[in-house]
Structure formats: C-alpha cells, structure tokens
Ligand binder design. Structure first.
Ligand SMILES: Cc1cc2nc3c(=O)[nH]c(=O)nc-3n(C[C@H](O)[C@H](O)[C@H](O)COP(=O)(O)OP(=O)(O)OC[C@H]3O[C@@H](n4cnc5c(N)ncnc54)[C@H](O)[C@@H]3O)c2cc1C
Length: 284
C-alpha cells in the first residue's frame, strides 16, 4: 500500500488537490471503509486527500427553523451523544448508535457513511425517512441532493470524484410525527443489518394516517423506499389488519441478495415482518 497522504487545511485546498490528482486521488474522512478497501487491494489510489485537518465540517446543531444540520465530518459517536440530535429525533440517534462498535463509531463519519453507499448501513434509511438532504461542494460550486437518491447502486453514488459532502440537513419534523429505526440482527450485536426499517408516521386529526415514509436497508442495491406500503396506509386508519396487509406489499418492493445473512427469500420475508413491527410501533 504505497500512496502520498495529503492533509489540506481548507476545503478549497482539498478540492484543488482532488482536481489535480483526478482518478489517482481518493478522499478520506474517518478511513474505516477506505483503509479496508486499500488493504484488500480493491482501491489503489496514488494520493489520499484527508478531510481531517479542515475546520468547520463537524458541527451538529439545530437550525433556527427547528431542523438539524450535521457536518459531514461529525462522527457517528458524536451524533449518538449529541443533545441537539436527540432533541431533534431519538430514532435518528438510534440509527447512528446501531452502527458496529464504539470503536468504529468513534472514527466513522456521517459524510463517509453516505459516500460509501453500502446498502446495509444504518444511518442512510433513517436519514432518508426523515427527508434529509446533503450539501455537496466541488470546484463548480455547491449543490444539494436528497439522501434518498444519493446511492445509485451497491457502493456507488451520484457523486463525482471531485465532489465533497459538507453537511447533512434535516428539515423540521411536523408536530405529531412519530419515528422509529429497527435493525434485525440475528447473528452478533455488532453486525450489519440483515434487514433494517426506518419509518416516520403522522396522524391526521381524525386518526387516519396523514403522512408516512418507510425506507428499508440491506434488502436491495440501495436503500429502498416502500412506496406501495406507504400508499396503502396514507388516508387510512392503521388498524392491525390494515398494517398487516400493507406490510405484505413490501415483499414486491425489495430486491435482496442471497448471502451469509440469509437467502433472498428469507430476507424478503423478514422485510415484511420488520415493516409490520415498525408500523405497529408507530401506531400503538
Ligand atoms: C468493522 C466494520 C463494521 C461496520 N459495521 C457497520 C454497521 O453495522 N452499520 C453501518 O451503518 N456501517 C457499518 N460500517 C461501515 C461504516 O459505517 C463506514 O465504514 C463508515 O461510515 C465510513 O465512514 P468513514 O468516515 O470512515 O469513511 P472513509 O472510509 O473515510 O470513506 C468512505 C468513502 O466515502 C468517501 N468520503 C468520505 N467522506 C466524504 C465526504 N465528506 N464527501 C464525499 N466523499 C466522502 C471516501 O472517499 C470513501 O470512498 C462498518 C465498518 C467497519 C470497518
């Protein structure tokens, strides 16, 4: 593993280095995914550009409107321990606290997690369920993108090599909204999810469902938004029967792989079970 390591002190310097190195350069944040890929020989950059020495990328704070802004270099552990994040959404904190071990959470960053785009990761489904957007900087300026559309395939995002995620913005949560993150871990407590479900639900005054968002992890090439399940619930009273019938629709929305955590059929069935549990938790 031979490469030149660069520690720029400003985002502009980092962007200039990424432009200069082109495909020979690779960005690094906490390094938990990058170093593994380099050790396995799957990634061989000639230049590594670290974000660690750039100030101002790791804050976590409520916005004046009642949302939450998380800097891309905030660690998972920082989100887990943040009063601002907990005050915004305990389920968001649950999703970050579900990642691997404290050691990984102390090092892994929010931006690195999103850019790594492993569909079994915990934060992306919850961030998508909460309708989060990322801010991205490049030499061409700034743009925003929904977390929901960032990943386009296994370990692949819409980011180009010279784009840096600088922050994640979560909008204010409407009063009366409930949120939940559930991770199915049949093997060890520090494993990746076999299936995960992040959901938010808001009741209307007449006890029907005014709005619902359901996003699953680990059961497709990217996180999967369960739109058919959502449509079956929106405007309806979420009785146990209605929830059971709606959750069954998720089987046709997911696209899992056979792997060491189970067969595709098993994961499809677990997606149904855990979607029903998430909806039950939100409506009891
Ligand atoms: C042993 C182990 C267990 C794990 N278990 C879990 C788990 O249970 N749940 C879970 O969710 N995750 C798990 N992970 C994955 C972990 O969450 C990711 O490795 C981590 O979030 C990546 O963040 P990082 O800061 O270390 O990224 P890096 O390794 O530094 O970077 C990852 C990728 O993102 C790019 N990148 C980094 N920052 C930015 C940025 N700001 N803008 C644009 N691109 C960027 C890098 O170029 C690289 O391609 C596990 C990882 C390990 C090693």
């Amino acid at each position: 593993m031979s490469y030149d390591y660069h520690e720029p002190h400003s985002l502009d310097d980092a962007l200039a280095l990424l432009t200069r190195f082109g495909d020979d350069g690779h960005l690094m944040a906490g390094g938990t995914a990058t170093v593994l890929l380099m050790r396995q020989g799957l990634l061989r950059p000639a230049h590594v550009v670290s974000l660690r020495t750039i100030d101002g990328l790791s804050g976590i704070a409520r916005t004046p409107q009642g949302g939450l802004r998380i800097g891309a270099m905030a660690t998972h552990r920082a989100v887990e321990r943040s009063d601002a994040a907990r005050g915004y959404s305990p389920a968001l904190v649950d999703a970050f606290a579900s990642v691997a071990t404290v050691r990984i959470r102390n090092q892994a960053t929010v931006g690195g997690n999103l850019a790594h785009a492993d569909p079994a990761q915990d934060p992306p489904p919850m961030l998508a369920a909460l309708n989060a957007t990322i801010t991205v900087r490049s030499p061409r300026g700034e743009r925003t993108e929904a977390v929901e559309t960032l990943a386009v395939d296994h370990f692949t995002t819409s980011l180009s090599h010279d784009e840096v995620i600088t922050s994640v913005l979560l909008p204010p949560i409407l009063p009366g909204t409930r949120e939940v993150y559930l991770k199915f871990l049949p093997q060890t407590a520090d494993d990746y999810a076999t299936v995960s479900v992040a959901a938010t639900l808001r009741f209307a005054d007449d006890a029907t469902v005014a709005d619902v968002r359901i996003v699953l992890g680990a059961v497709g090439p990217t996180t999967i938004r369960a739109k058919r399940v959502e449509d079956a619930l929106r405007g309806a009273r979420p009785t146990p029967e209605r929830i059971r019938d709606a959750a069954a629709l998720v089987r046709d929305e997911v696209d899992p792989l056979d792997d060491l955590r189970g067969s595709a059929d098993y994961k499809r069935e677990m997606a149904r079970v855990w979607t029903e549990r998430a909806l039950a938790a939100l409506t009891r």
